[in-house]
Design a protein around this ligand. Structure first.
Ligand code: HEC
Ligand code: HEC
Ligand code: HEC
Ligand code: HEC
Length: 488
């Protein structure tokens, strides 16, 4: 971390001047090209939601968008050793222990949400919210019934019907309605716009009116409609962002412990090893970025993920191929950090990500141990109030690592924020373990045996090669499923 923090401290002044200059150049170019298009309106309907409908008027952006379809980009499980091998234990009794994959291109979003084992007959409309251009239409048609409607029986068929009559083309069976043009652009003026009410409402509760947003803010706000933490508000299952107290992990935890509980949102699931009432975090890229070095400096998501590119010989467009900025360091990072070579920048990012992943493995191990320790408290008959106390620390520990683990940059968007949150997480998990040790000592439990059993069960999960079967090894006779105990 020391290395990272000292980055840029040399030649800071020179850097700032060159950065201001390059920003000025970028915005000057953008302005002049935008100006040409300014009084143009498209021939499209204001209600247009098909991606293919934009092809004729915007062939270059459409062509760029098609690059999100890359056939070699197959779904990859996060459960492998190098990524997060503890997840099948940590999410036990919840869909995320069954299947959890790395992200893919926007054009695959509908396909991926339908195909995953996690969506089933109990899934609701809210699951489609960040996947399809059809969503604003469905919300218009169905009102608040959209959120809680049956995903399989109502939302998927209605979504597909909106694309009916459209040929299956290079975007595949559902790509013409996957995250696309109308999610971020007004089809008539092509101005950036917000289409998801959850974002507008959450910002309003923080006193921010998104209709007044600057052009630069909009370059991040369009992404913040989806790349955020959310939960299903219990009354009508509406997608809601827990932002009333701020965007940091501690602010969101405070929200869940107060406003969340008050409105009846107790937990996402009950863990079957420890019986703890758990919260699941979702991809908070916007939140982590917002108080990281780039968010604080006003560097937008699009600056790094949608660089300008020359196509068709000379024309300059905004790339619509969302992926890793590290595939194009020259047009992303080096537009501002021109004093650093490509390899230096790559190395910075790799260093951040490596130390981040090391810390993540460590903090998740504390969380795993806490679950098994509390499991032993339950089977050994420790006092109920002490079990509950320990379970609360497990819940806390889990949310503080999960916010960071679910964030997809592996620490880059906010290196320090990630480390701080993981430290809070480890402290909470260790607090749960301390409570367990106190009680188990009174009950004269054999700690050598406990440790050995724990090591064995963890290794059995690691060694299972089929990601879909890993979760089946996370409980055994020594560490039984505590929810089944209660039923007996
Ligand atoms: C996730 C949001 C998002 C989606 C989806 C999206 N765009 Fe964009 N688009 C942007 C952003 C951000 C810019 C840059 C705007 C700016 O800075 O003024 C942009 C710019 C543009 C421009 C202005 C010219 C240029 O290249 O900068 C056009 C035209 C455009 N997009 C067309 C499309 C088309 C066609 C689609 C669908 C195939 C699409 N966009 C999908 C976010 C999006
Ligand atoms: C309507 C919701 C939505 C919007 C708006 C949106 N995204 Fe996404 N994004 C997603 C989803 C969902 C995925 C994962 C898709 C999958 O794995 O099937 C994703 C994936 C990604 C990925 C990973 C791609 C890969 O190949 O792994 C990047 C990078 C990304 N988005 C960046 C952005 C940026 C930058 C913006 C704003 C300019 C943005 N997104 C706007 C929903 C959205
Ligand atoms: C200063 C540049 C920068 C900014 C600003 C930035 N990102 Fe990133 N982002 C990165 C880098 C670097 C990575 C890691 C890429 C890698 O590992 O190859 C990344 C990773 C991601 C990923 C995961 C991509 C994948 O392939 O799985 C998503 C999604 C994402 N960013 C979304 C966002 C969103 C949304 C914003 C704005 C709220 C944002 N980023 C702001 C540089 C940036
Ligand atoms: C639009 C301009 C811009 C882009 C693009 C950009 N940066 Fe930055 N970067 C900044 C600014 C501004 C800061 C904050 C400077 C400071 O506080 O010293 C910064 C800070 C950093 C830092 C230091 C963070 C810290 O905690 O001290 C690193 C590392 C970094 N950038 C790497 C990258 C990488 C890698 C990319 C490409 C993925 C990138 N930047 C893209 C403008 C940019």
């Amino acid at each position: 971390m020391v290395k990272i923090m000292s980055f840029l401290s040399k030649k800071k002044v020179g850097f700032f001047i060159s950065m201001l200059l390059s920003l000025a150049i970028i915005s000057a170019c953008a302005n002049s090209e935008a100006a040409e298009e300014e009084d143009k309106t498209t021939g499209l309907s204001p209600d247009e939601i098909l991606n293919t409908a934009f092809k004729e008027e915007f062939p270059l952006q459409y062509e760029s968008y098609l690059k999100n379809m890359s056939p070699e980009d197959e779904n990859t499980s996060k459960f492998v050793e190098e990524i997060e091998p503890n997840l099948p234990i940590l999410f036990l009794n919840y869909g995320f222990s069954l299947e959890y994959n790395l992200t893919r291109g926007h054009t695959y979003a509908i396909e991926d949400v339908i195909d995953i084992v996690r969506t089933n007959e109990d899934s609701i409309g809210s699951c489609m919210t960040c996947k399809s251009t059809a969503v604003p239409v469905l919300i218009d048609e169905m009102g608040d019934d959209y959120w809680g409607a049956s995903f399989e029986d109502e939302i998927v068929p209605r979504t597909m019907a909106l694309g009916e009559g459209h040929e299956v083309d290079e975007l595949g069976a559902s790509g013409h309605l996957a995250i696309g043009c109308s999610d971020c652009h007004d089809p008539v003026t092509m101005e950036l716009r917000i289409t998801r009410p959850s974002f507008t409402n959450a910002m309003e509760r923080r006193g921010i009116d998104v209709t007044e947003a600057s052009k630069n803010d909009m370059r991040s706000y369009v992404c913040a409609q989806c790349h955020v933490e959310y939960y299903f508000e219990p009354e009508n299952k509406k997608v809601t962002f827990p932002w009333d107290n701020g965007l940091k992990p501690e602010d969101m935890f405070e929200y869940f412990e107060n406003q969340g509980l008050e409105e009846g949102f107790d937990y996402d699931w009950i863990h079957s090893i420890s019986g703890a009432p758990m919260l699941k975090a979702q991809h908070p890229e916007f939140e982590q970025w917002s108080y990281g070095p780039h968010g604080e400096a006003g560097v937008s998501c699009s600056d790094c993920h949608m660089p300008y590119e020359r196509v068709d010989g000379a024309k300059k467009i905004t790339s619509h191929h969302w992926g890793s900025p590290m595939d194009n360091v020259e047009q992303t990072c080096r537009t501002c950090h021109s004093d650093k070579s490509e390899s230096e920048l790559v190395e910075r990012v790799e260093n951040i990500q490596e130390s981040h992943l090391d810390a993540m493995h460590e903090t998740q191990e504390h969380s795993v141990r806490a679950h098994y320790y509390v499991n032993r408290m339950i089977t050994a008959g420790a006092p109920e109030d002490r079990i509950e106390e320990a379970q609360w620390y497990i819940r806390k520990g889990q949310l503080f690592w999960d916010i960071i683990a679910a964030e997809n940059s592996d620490g880059f968007h906010n290196p320090q924020g990630g480390m701080d949150s993981m430290r809070t997480s480890s402290d909470a998990s260790n607090q749960a373990i301390r409570i367990a040790i106190e009680e188990l000592t009174k009950l004269e439990i054999d700690f050598d045996e406990l440790e050995e059993e724990m090591e064995n069960i963890i290794q059995t999960v690691y060694k299972e090669e089929d990601p879909f079967l890993k979760h089946t090894h996370a409980t055994n006779d020594y560490f039984p499923n505590v929810l089944e105990l209660e039923e007996q």
